[in-house]
Design a binder for this molecule. Sequence first.
Ligand code: B12
Length: 217
Amino acid sequence: MSTLDALRRALVELDEVRTLKLTRDLLASGEVTPLSILSTCQQALKVVGERYERQEYYISGLIMAGELFKEVIEMAQPLYQPASAGEPLGTIVLGTVAKDIHDIGKNIFGNSLIGFGFNVIDLGVDVSPKTFLEEVERSRPDVICLSGLILAAFESMRETVKLVRSHDAELGYRPPVVLGGAIIDGRVCKYCGADSWSTDAMEGVRICQDLVSNARG
Ligand code: B12
């Protein structure tokens, strides 16, 4: 079994000591990138979620997995390449939508955007459509990024997109909206009237880069 497989298994089994030791060893060996450690953990959390759905784990399992992953992120994410100094690539307004408090993925995505030179305004979790609109009016972002992981988030995303779209004329431009989070797909994107979507932080960064460069011609 590879060390990444062992890490995936340790996290799925909620084994804190092993998860942290394997993360430390992998980072020290330089064998794999910090990004592959994070994506391995993302896969492990998906399995934890499935076990929760099958009632093999309780809510405490979700909490434990989330806390463990946060510790891994603290160890791995600072090793990302820092952004090059100079003008930011663009401004992103980011937040987890109303009724949803999941923020681990949003934070990874936000840090990745910063790492690639974006200015990120992170509104936190459980953000109402009105709060998103107020921030869009204030900071006039290049892209609006909405994160959500539960079914209730779909309606919040849809309402947020609808509210922003109804203000395009007043804003004098049409800021694109990108959705993200484990259970987002093309159908959700279409339902919400968003411009794009992703379940992967790096792909999300590329989408934002493309949207900014298309808008600037
Ligand atoms: C940890 C966890 C929790 C923790 C969250 C801690 C925290 N601070 O975030 C706690 C314990 C609080 C929690 C609570 C709940 N949870 Co929960 N949780 C999870 C779990 C296991 C992992 C989530 C996670 O962090 N994944 C890892 C990150 C890195 O992945 P990610 O969020 O997808 O982010 C990546 C990408 O999507 C992307 N990304 C993220 N945001 C964005 C935004 C944009 C714009 C872009 C481009 C990209 C992007 O970047 C990240 C890196 O690649 C998931 C299972 C799963 N499949 O994910 C369930 C899961 C999301 N939870 C679930 C449920 C049901 C709940 C609860 C309702 C449980 C309950 N009965 O109370 C509550 C809801 C609370 C609320 N109102 O929000 C369900 C949702 C099912 C559904 N269809 O609605 C899931 C899917 C588990 C399951 N399979 O049943 N949960």
